[in-house]
Design a protein around this ligand. Structure first.
Ligand code: SF4
Length: 173
């Protein structure tokens, strides 16, 4: 087993202590840097950095960063959710490492939709009805998988269909 355990710290973001969700940072007992390209190949990270090694995943509305000695997870409901995600990652890291002879390591992130392609299909009126200050801000959320065409009430039927078709070519999980 590569990763035997970790020390977890769950906290509320300092910028907004009244925020409902919590963040979690886990310091890893062992260095898992060499396993990260295999983990990336298995789970399909959205971003992979070489030096220092780090892979970023978007999972159920959360951003998860796995580095050689640390895992960081944001937007958690509570400590129990942090425990579930950390245990899942620990198993995935160990499994990816143990199966590394049969996995092709991956040193790049998944291709994301292009912001400009999303923006082209939006009304570009900055009407704020989606809750965002500009269509550009909304497009950035769509690009990350946080919002979809249905969240822009001003989007015409035709462009809503085009945007749905464009986004269908990407895997946000
Ligand atoms: S609701 Fe649509 S048109 Fe209005 S700001 Fe949001 S994305 Fe732009």
């Amino acid at each position: 087993m590569l990763l035997s355990g970790y020390t977890k710290n769950v906290f509320r973001p300092e910028c907004n202590p009244s925020f409902q969700s919590v963040h979690c940072i886990a310091r890893l007992n062992e260095d898992v840097g060499e396993a990260l390209p295999y983990l990336n190949a298995v789970l399909g990270g959205t971003q992979y950095l070489d030096d220092p090694p780090e892979v970023i995943f978007h999972h159920q509305g959360k951003i998860i960063k796995v580095g050689a000695r640390e895992i960081a997870v944001n937007a958690l409901k509570d400590e129990q959710e942090a425990d579930r995600i950390l245990e899942w990652l620990k198993n995935e890291i160990n499994q990816a490492w143990e199966s590394r002879d049969s996995i092709t390591p991956c040193y790049t992130g998944k291709v994301k939709p292009k912001l400009i392609e999303i923006l082209k299909l939006l009304p570009k009126t900055n009407c704020k009805k989606c809750g965002q200050p500009t269509c550009m801000a909304f497009a950035a959320q769509v690009m990350e998988g946080g919002r979809g065409p249905e969240h822009c009430p001003e989007l015409s039927g035709e462009n809503q269909k085009k945007l749905s078709e464009y986004l269908a070519g990407f895997d946000f999980e």
